[in-house]
Design a protein around this ligand. Structure first.
Ligand SMILES: *[C@@H]1O[C@H](CO)[C@@H](O)[C@H](O)[C@H]1NC(C)=O
Ligand SMILES: *[C@@H]1O[C@H](CO)[C@@H](O)[C@H](O)[C@H]1NC(C)=O
Length: 365
């Protein structure tokens, strides 16, 4: 949370109009900065750092930025890349980091796409990546038709969460494109979907698949809907977004974010959140974005289990999490898992050979 500039304060006052009220949550004599802070000092810097590292711009600490990013922000970006295994011990890009930088995606999503190669769900994860990188395709019309639009969107609702709903939308869109009797633009209007946004997602999807082929990574055959595919998509998402997990501690809809101990709510635009009051909100979720300074909401959420989280989280990230009741709970699950593994170890003969094979094929952590 940072002071706004004089210009920003003025424009907010004007937004309230001559009859509105504008409450200023700072003392009247506070000296506000004249100019807004440059965007680079406030935005998530991790993608930029990955790019700069790829360009072999060494020694970011000495780099001459026009506006120097916040040192704490730069440190956090490097830390995140390290947790994603994108850096080696010298702080240079690892092999994983180099491959990640090939994708026009945020580093967490690039990691998820790579993990999907290991978990045989590339076809599905690439759609999620493209839909989330493209502009939001769900249109939010005026209040009058809003219930109708929500009803239209609910047709695509997937019980596992918003990431899966994105796949349903994309697949229905492609189906209409293929179907000669289907007028795509009209179909989009009827379902309150943004045609331009979906075209962008489609183009991105093609680009991602081309990138995978170029660097000779396997593209799985589609398997959306099967139980194992669902579990695998969640694993791939967790491999990239293990830093973006939250828990509803008391069933009140207030989600505790494990990494920074903030409490946030599910965004009203989340279809998964919108259906949940009736079916009950999930305890553990993975989210794609936390818009902290805007509305403190979690956007694009999917239900996960603590066991799935423990399976995918890098150990040193887990141990660095600040203490909390939720961490204790996870620790308990981890201890149980470790003791189970210890029990199994003497009799190596009954180990699942298939599992061994999987970890050989493409090791991501
Ligand atoms: C790491 O990067 C620095 C600066 O580019 C370079 O001098 C050094 O040789 C690199 N280390 C390795 C192990 O590649
Ligand atoms: C659809 O999305 C595009 C961005 O791709 C945006 O510019 C446009 O305003 C949106 N259209 C509607 C009707 O919301």
């Amino acid at each position: 949370i940072q002071p706004i500039s004089i210009g920003q304060a003025e424009s907010r006052k004007q937004l309230a109009g001559p009859t509105g009220k504008c409450f200023c949550l700072y003392p009247a004599d506070l000296q506000l900065p004249a100019e807004p802070r440059p965007h680079i000092t406030e935005s998530d810097f991790t993608s930029t750092v990955l790019f700069l590292k790829r360009m072999e711009i060494a020694g970011l600490g000495h780099c001459k930025f026009i506006d120097r990013p916040d040192p704490a922000g730069l440190m956090q970006a490097l830390e995140e890349l390290d947790y994603l295994a994108a850096l080696d011990n010298d702080g240079n890009l690892s092999e994983m980091g180099i491959i990640m930088s090939e994708f026009p995606l945020e580093p967490q999503m690039a990691k998820t796409v790579l993990a999907s190669c290991e978990f045989d769900c590339v076809s599905e994860v690439v759609i999620i990546a493209a839909m989330l990188a493209a502009p939001v395709c769900f249109m939010v019309p005026s209040m009058a038709v809003k219930p109708e639009a929500t009803l239209g969107h609910m047709k695509f609702l997937h019980p596992e969460g918003d990431h899966f709903t994105c796949i349903n939308v994309y697949k229905a869109f492609k189906q209409c494109q293929r179907d000669s009797g289907c007028d795509v633009q009209k179909w989009c209007r009827d379902h309150y979907l943004n045609y331009t946004a979906l075209l962008t997602a489609d183009a991105l999807c093609t680009e991602l698949i081309d990138t995978l082929r170029r660097i000779e990574l396997p593209v799985s055959t589609p398997a959306f809907g099967s139980r194992s595919n669902t579990v695998n998509i969640k694993r791939a998402l967790l491999a990239g977004f293990f830093m973006q997990v939250a828990r509803d501690v008391d069933g009140s809809g207030n989600y505790f974010i494990l990494t920074n101990k903030h409490v946030a709510q599910i965004h009203p635009g989340s279809l998964y959140g919108a259906k949940s009051p009736k079916l009950g909100l999930p305890e553990w979720i993975l989210y794609h974005k936390h818009s902290f300074s805007e509305d403190n909401c979690l956007r694009t959420i999917t239900h996960i289990t603590p066991q799935e989280f423990i399976q995918m989280v890098p150990q040193y990230f887990f141990y660095n999490l600040p203490s909390s009741e939720s961490k204790d709970l996870l620790q308990h699950i981890l201890n149980h898992k470790l003791s189970q593994e210890q029990k199994r170890r003497p009799g190596t003969s009954d180990e699942d050979p298939q599992e061994e094979q999987t970890s050989d094929r493409c090791v991501i952590q």
